[in-house]
Unconditional design. Structure first.
Length: 76
């Protein structure tokens, strides 16, 4: 059988600032511009995270101030 080959565009990648889990057994990480905290904790194992760089495809984030948003509403 003949399968039509789909052309795959090369995604443009760049060094991106990420937060990586400090725990060696955990593979959790998050892009810095998508984190809600200035120094986040890992959502998988609750360990502290360290800042590093990773080669990733470019993704634009329309909300630039995620860290300044409130995490929830105060219930009185």
């Amino acid at each position: 059988m003949y399968f039509r080959r789909k052309s795959i565009e090369d995604l443009i990648q760049e060094d991106t600032k990420v937060w990586a889990c400090n725990n060696e057994d955990c593979k959790g990480w998050i892009r810095d511009n998508f984190s809600f905290e200035y120094v986040p904790t890992c959502h998988q194992c609750l360990s502290p995270m360290i800042s590093s760089l990773k080669m990733l495809p470019i993704i634009s984030n329309s909300n630039k101030n995620l860290k300044s948003l409130h995490k929830g509403r105060l219930i009185s």
